[in-house]
Design a protein around this ligand. Structure first.
Ligand code: PA5
Length: 427
């Protein structure tokens, strides 16, 4: 196994290493089928090889386009929702690259207040660029936000100059593509064979990251390295199959929630990406684990009580970061605040102690705990993590018996909404 590891304690489910081994062996044929490339999911596997959508030439092209924006922009607005913005936002928020334009997020809300606030905020920047990301350009949030932001740019810079500042990422042949052709906007590709939540390693995720200054080559290499590891590892040692089998076991024991827990708030938006991936992929046909998050230590002071002693409905997956990548030492003081027992101790160690204590208390309380240990929060590791979770999610859905790539359940509210808004053809 590589530098990401997954260990577990079975808690009240009583899962043993032997029982897990048996499950892994029983799932070996499924792993082989998935690795061979399943014909039934051919239209949704454009992400699987990594290189189909993020080969070296494509990444170089995206870096060139991003350099043009970085040379001139001091604000870049990413318009998109769900799979169209989550991965880029996860990375930008986790790595906080410096020396690039401010990255702002739009098209992920229809709140009038948020939209007005964004427009006001943009007035404070000299040079604004935008990228509207939408697979088929039918989703309401990015659709109407794009119109508002196009108009904003046209009023501010004039038609011709605005066009140079507008990027759009969509499916070739879509109405968004036509809009680009008609108006001279730069068009990037949302690959046909990749659904939103699987799109991190394509123009969708990589272009905004590149504009922000993320080392996208390292991120894509991380995806490739994890791909190679998961292709090479037999069932008994396969990290993704292990995670998928553990999740299935928990579901079978009557648990209904998986809680992703971590002690680095930099991962908050990564966790939102993870929630979407598993909720939309697995939550269907009356089954699936409901993905929730505990961003610690803050959330221990709100939901910690429930986790420890509330209804026994969840298991936890702790993401542990091994790198000691920052240091703040508690100084001495002559004021009596009664924290002298920590004088000279590093926040990093105190945080790590809190993590260990939490895992111990929760395990001893009977909560099944998985630990996904990662070397660092950097572009390469995030690439590995993305691919690991994508592959695991695919396997997990196949084990549970649901289609990993559709989301029929999100259509019913849209039907009512579109009808009430008077969309032509809405029933
Ligand atoms: O994963 C998915 O397919 C969805 O979450 C979509 O990404 C989301 O609904 C946005 O769709 P679109 O890019 O078509 O606007």
């Amino acid at each position: 196994m590589g530098d990401i590891t997954l260990t577990f304690s079975g808690g009240r489910t009583g899962l043993t290493q032997e029982a897990l081994e048996q499950r892994l062996q029983a799932a070996a044929p499924l792993l082989a089928e998935v690795l061979a490339g399943e014909a039934q999911h051919r239209d949704n596997l454009g992400w699987f090889s990594v290189d189909e959508a993020a080969g070296p030439e494509r990444v170089d092209f995206l870096l060139e386009q991003a350099a043009r924006v970085r040379d001139d922009a001091d604000a870049f607005v990413v318009i998109g929702i769900g799979g169209s913005n989550q991965a880029a936002r996860a990375v930008v928020k986790a790595l906080r690259p410096e020396n690039g334009p401010a990255i702002l997020w739009a098209g992920n809300t229809i709140s009038a207040c948020e939209t007005a606030r964004l427009l006001k905020e943009l007035d404070g920047y000299q040079s604004v660029y935008i990228d509207c990301i939408a697979k088929n350009f039918e989703t309401l949030e990015p659709g109407i936000s794009f119109r508002v932001l196009r108009r904003y740019l046209e009023q501010r810079y004039g038609q011709a100059e605005a066009a140079k500042r507008i990027f759009a990422t969509g499916t070739p042949g879509s109405t968004l593509h036509q809009l680009c052709i008609d108006n001279g906007y730069t068009f990037l590709t949302f690959p046909e064979r990749i659904g939103g939540r699987y799109s991190v390693g394509s123009d969708v995720g990589l272009f905004p990251m590149a504009v922000a200054g993320v080392d996208v080559k390292a991120l894509v290499q991380g995806m490739r390295d994890m791909r190679d590891e998961l292709r090479a590892a037999p069932a008994g040692e396969n990290l993704a199959l292990r995670y998928a089998c553990l999740r299935k076991w928990m579901l079978e024991q009557g648990l209904s929630l998986e809680m992703l827990a971590f002690f680095e708030p930099r991962l908050d938006y990564f966790a939102k990406w993870w929630i979407q991936l598993f909720a939309e992929s697995e939550g269907k046909d009356g089954t699936g684990l409901y993905p929730v998050v505990s961003s610690n230590s803050e959330d221990l002071h709100s939901i910690g009580q429930f986790i420890q002693q509330g209804s026994p409905i969840l298991f936890e997956t702790f993401v542990t970061v091994r790198a000691r990548d920052a240091s703040v030492v508690l100084p001495a003081t002559d004021k009596k605040d009664y924290f002298d027992y920590l004088t000279g101790r590093d926040f990093w160690d105190i945080n790590d102690t809190a993590r260990r204590a939490t895992m111990r208390a929760h395990s001893e309380g009977g909560i099944p705990c998985l630990e996904l240990s990662i070397p660092a929060i950097d572009a390469h590791t995030l690439g590995e993590l993305f691919y690991f979770f994508l592959f695991s999610c695919y396997l997990s859905c196949r084990l549970v018996g649901v289609n990993p790539f559709n989301q029929p359940g999100v259509e019913s509210y849209k039907g009512y909404m579109f009808k009430n808004l008077g969309k032509p053809g809405a029933k």
